[in-house]
Design a protein around this ligand. Structure first.
Ligand code: URA
Length: 237
């Protein structure tokens, strides 16, 4: 890839801006100062700007602990989106959310630059488990567990059997492998309860890192990345 495109992709500026940075001799490729912003670069080249090595990886996988009140969208004219919680380089590399959480749902949201991985993890055929902790307005009962485990007709689709484990009167963990719009909230509505808090604690092989504050993110560890690719039935490296 051309050097200017690469630097721009790493969110160092527009194509024009990075061309100026290169022209001023601020960029080194593999330790050599360069002035030609059109030069070809390999993904393995070490890029420095002002003597600082850039993190030039084009593949990124991130776990965000999503806070309330933030949209899962690439951008929005008025409201804060999950992309605003990451670094500009993530949007620039198209490190995008895998699926969605409602504005007021908190917890684990995965981002990846790998479109195929994302597509597979979201495919209904793959049955990737999502685990939520839900707090309800009214007490939960063993009868609710039965209804969830039988599957339920939500009007526009029939939800597959879901696991409901009651933790205390108003709190339960729910495991679903589908991801329809407002699905978990709608399943609780069906048994006469309103979800007042919804937090995703697991997605496929990933569990929410409790050390992450709401709104904080971290890169996935190698082991987590391996597990995700395995879950998606894909080879990685
Ligand atoms: N189900 C919901 O109702 N909301 C979410 O954010 C995720 C699953």
């Amino acid at each position: 890839m051309r050097l200017d495109r690469r630097l721009s992709e790493l969110a160092l500026g527009t194509r024009k801006e990075v061309q100026e940075i290169v022209r001023r001799g601020r960029v080194q490729v593999n330790g050599v100062s360069v002035r030609d912003s059109g030069m070809h670069t390999e993904d393995t080249d070490v890029l420095c700007v002002d003597g600082k090595v850039l993190d030039a990886r084009r593949e990124r996988h991130i776990m965000l602990n999503k806070p309330e009140g933030v949209l899962t969208a690439a951008r929005d004219k008025k409201q804060r989106t999950v992309m605003d919680l990451l670094e500009p380089v993530h949007a620039s590399l198209s490190c995008m959310p895998v699926g969605r959480l409602d504005r007021d749902t908190t917890g684990l949201l995965l981002f990846t630059t790998d479109g195929e991985l994302s597509h597979r993890l979201l495919s209904p055929a793959r049955h990737v488990d999502k685990v939520y902790r839900a707090v309800t307005d009214l007490p939960l009962s063993p009868a609710d567990v039965e209804v969830f485990s039988a599957g339920m007709d939500l009007g526009d689709f029939v939800a597959a059997p879901a696991g409901l484990v009651i933790e205390d009167t108003h709190t339960a963990t729910v495991t679903v492998h589908e991801g329809k719009f407002h699905q978990v909230r709608r399943m609780f509505e069906k048994v006469g309860k309103t979800v007042v808090k919804l937090d995703r604690i697991a997605f496929g092989p990933l569990t929410l890192d409790m050390a992450l504050a709401r709104g904080a993110w971290r890169e996935l560890e190698d082991e987590e990345i391996r597990a995700l690719y395995q879950h998606a039935g894909m080879e990685h490296e």
